[in-house]
Design a protein around this ligand. Sequence first.
Ligand code: F3S
Length: 302
Amino acid sequence: MEILLAKSAGFCFGVQRAVDTAYKHADEKNVYTYGQIIHNEEVVGDLAKHGVKILEDDELDQIKDSKVIIRSHGAEKRVYDILEKNGNEIIDATCPFVKKIHNIVMDECGKGHTVIIIGDGKHPEVKGIMGWCMSEPVVIGTEEEAEKFVQSCLNGEYKPSENISIVSQTTFNYRKFHNVVDIIRNKLYNVTAYKTICNATSVRQREAQEIASKVDAMIVIGGRNSSNTQKLYEISKKECENTYYIQTLVDLDLTTFESVSRVGITAGASTPNKLIKEVHGRMDEMNFAELLENDESRGSIK
Ligand code: F3S
């Protein structure tokens, strides 16, 4: 079996930076991360062993004089305000690419523009971006929602400002982003779209698509809640029907790959290298076992 491993699989720059920051402050007194530092139980569990606690949103007001690490997704402005008010030290590991979006929406709101965020409104990154808007932004997740939004503007239900500024969640699908922007641009005036999809994401998505189109089976590794892993799964599944989404090695059913001659492996931005290596190693072992079996059937093993 030939194994094609995506070069871009695993931690992106922003996640690596946030995880390194958390480890740098591990074993210090009163250290928290605002939410899980990444969507990976193993890393979160290991940090917990080193005293790094998770601060949930409803506990924000309850801590004082502590260190709080903001993860790569970023957080709303109110989170900073509450923490600072209570004398906490904020260690900001917001990915610079996400921070850039915070700055764009602040500027655009300051100019009185209507801000549209293309992304999943429930995702922490999008919630964070919304939290830096000084006027109520519009969140659009699909082409259908874009059509509805345009319709509501045309029939006067929603009154946008004279200028509309669009940003996107960093992990949003590239093609879908363009479709949504086109729908809005075709019917409304003065629309500026900022390309804020992270390069790491588009490289990863392109590579996943390329590999999935060449293999008989594809493995996508990542946490269930990881939006960028889910996107990789969707993209791969379109190209390769036999695409499997696994969180850890335990989910890997080797019998599925018995008659596969070429398998692809990719992983989300919050998947540790160790896990990718384990999965790769297990597929390699399968190759080795196959070799032994073939040799045994030829009688060459004594
Ligand atoms: Fe940052 Fe891009 Fe990763 S926005 S957190 S480098 S996916």
